[in-house]
Design a binder for this molecule. Structure first.
Ligand SMILES: Nc1ncnc2c1ncn2[C@@H]1O[C@H](COP(=O)(O)OP(=O)(O)O)[C@@H](O)[C@H]1O
Ligand SMILES: [Mg+2]
Length: 282
């Protein structure tokens, strides 16, 4: 069980997250929705302690995450992998090495510095790439991949951490609809097969509805909706998104990424190459 209790985060006088309380049972897939500035990213960043709460507590089972320091904080950040809208890969390093970097928190510093990875770790990295359908890119510099492929590399890197929770901050906001679907399907698969809790910020309602068993709606730093997707009716949507700047009602199509014109050219950069295990030097 994961729990936020009365969590507030201020930046000067601005309140980014305002007295948020909720529990998430292990293995749930949760979508966090809301307008830009609602506090979604700040909340995720506090969960894996990239930011600290100004007030309130965060617990994972019996551990107070918000009080962790030093090695135990690093262990938590390993248990709680995060992926981002902009992928955060090292573009000049090859895909395989980017994925192996997910193991850094599992090893002594000396081995990390020397960039030594075991055979088991390399097999694990290839398996993660295969699972995401991008093993053929293993030796390419990550920066040469399409956005959809890069996000899959980031997910493979996150899997290398053996996380208990996977946090995703608008993971599909930079992707075309086809790649958005591939990435969301991958997150759902990880959630269902490994029982890893997934908390993902999403800026589109239809994606949250399609993939998340539970939706948390934020507005002005507060949680204004928390329930199953089927309860997200027009009133709830209005509460979360409010009205437009001109006072007009928010139309659901404004928050939709429905596939209209699937862009297939995204796969064009994928190149044929030797077998994945050969690439890994195995
Ligand atoms: N590092 C920061 N310094 C100052 N203000 C910040 C910082 N990070 C976020 N904020 C403010 O907190 C509010 C919530 O931001 P954010 O969590 O990024 O929202 P969202 O992810 O929902 O768009 C915004 O008003 C934003 O300007
Ligand atoms: Mg954000």
């Amino acid at each position: 069980m994961f729990r936020l209790k009365n969590v507030t985060r201020r930046f000067g006088v601005r309140v980014a997250v305002d007295d948020v309380t909720f529990d998430i049972p292990q293995g749930q897939m949760v979508g966090v929705i809301g307008r830009s500035g609602a506090g979604k990213s700040t909340m995720l960043r506090m969960i894996n302690r990239l930011a600290d709460p100004s007030e309130g507590t965060i617990h994972f089972n019996d551990v107070e995450v918000s009080a962790l320091r030093g090695a135990s904080l690093r262990n938590w950040q390993r248990d709680c992998a995060m992926i981002f809208q902009q992928f955060n890969l090292v573009p000049r390093l090859d895909v395989l090495t980017n994925v192996l970097l997910g193991r850094l928190n599992h090893r002594p510093t000396v081995m990390s510095v020397l960039n030594l990875f075991t055979r088991e770790e390399r097999i694990m990295a290839i398996a993660a790439l295969e699972r995401l359908g991008i093993e053929q890119t293993a030796l390419q510099p990550a920066g040469t991949l399409s956005g959809g492929q890069q996000q899959r590399v980031a997910i493979a890197r996150a899997l290398m951490q053996n996380p208990k929770m996977l946090l995703a901050d608008e993971p599909i906001a930079s992707l075309d609809p086809l790649n958005a679907k591939i990435v969301m399907d991958a997150l759902r698969d990880i959630n269902e097969r490994e029982g890893i809790t997934v908390i993902t910020n999403l800026h589109t309602l239809d994606t949250a509805r399609a993939y998340c068993e539970r939706i948390i709606g934020m507005s002005g730093g507060r949680v204004v909706f928390d329930g199953p997707a089927r309860e997200l009716d027009a009133d709830a949507v209005r509460t979360i998104y409010g009205t437009g700047a001109d006072g007009a009602e928010i139309d659901e199509s404004m928050t939709s990424t429905a596939i209209r014109n699937p862009a297939r050219q995204d796969n064009a950069k994928e190149s044929a190459s030797p077998t994945p295990l050969a690439l890994a030097g195995l």
